[in-house]
Design a protein around this ligand. Sequence first.
Ligand SMILES: *Cc1c(COP(=O)(O)O)cnc(C)c1O
Length: 232
Amino acid sequence: MTSVTENIVKVRDRIAAAATRFGRDPGHIHLIAVSKRQSVEKIRDAIHAGQNDFGENYLQEASEKQDALEAASGLVWHFIGRVQANKTRGIASRFQWVHTIERGRIAERLSRQRPYYAPPLQVCLQVEVTGDPSRPGACMDSLEALAEVVAGLPRIQFRGLMCLPPEETEFERQRAHFRRLRECQAALLGAGFELDVLSAGMSGDLEAAIAEGATHVRIGTAVFGERLLRSD
Ligand SMILES: *Cc1c(COP(=O)(O)O)cnc(C)c1O
């Protein structure tokens, strides 16, 4: 067994234990292996361990890996980095998901540039859950207006919300951030939007995210070990 295989077993055990503890169905919690700044060899190990969903933050780096892994079928690529306007065309054609929509204009570009032969791009809105406007993500007050724009785009399917809170070591503090994401989801559901995804939780806080309803956890170092390669 490779270390990546062992790590995936451990992470799946953590997800299952948290699901049991918080009364969740583990089948409703998807593991996205965040492979930014990890080697293609390690991604291959993860694929052999049955992992299909991968998260990447940089278009250039992701494209090289996707080309190297072209023979591996059935992979699902999630873009989880900041979306720059000049990268939307590549992102729209190379990824099935984008978790980090903060602005309507970016979503409009992605919808326009999504190739006609591909199914709609699955997207989440990134929410800034701490109230600090200098941090990435849409502020909670503007969420409904942003959801209105995104839900109306033809080549995009609005799926849910994502957050990337500051690192906390204490469980209740971690959980407070994710609770706000869940409250934002409840508000949008109340306003009539359909959304079934909460993309929340990383290596250090996945249990707290699952406690607050995460459906997609994005796990990097706990799956692959320390990040080594330089990013672009
Ligand atoms: C890097 C990254 C992760 C994974 O972080 P780990 O702490 O290594 O699990 C998850 N989400 C986003 C948005 C990231 O950039």
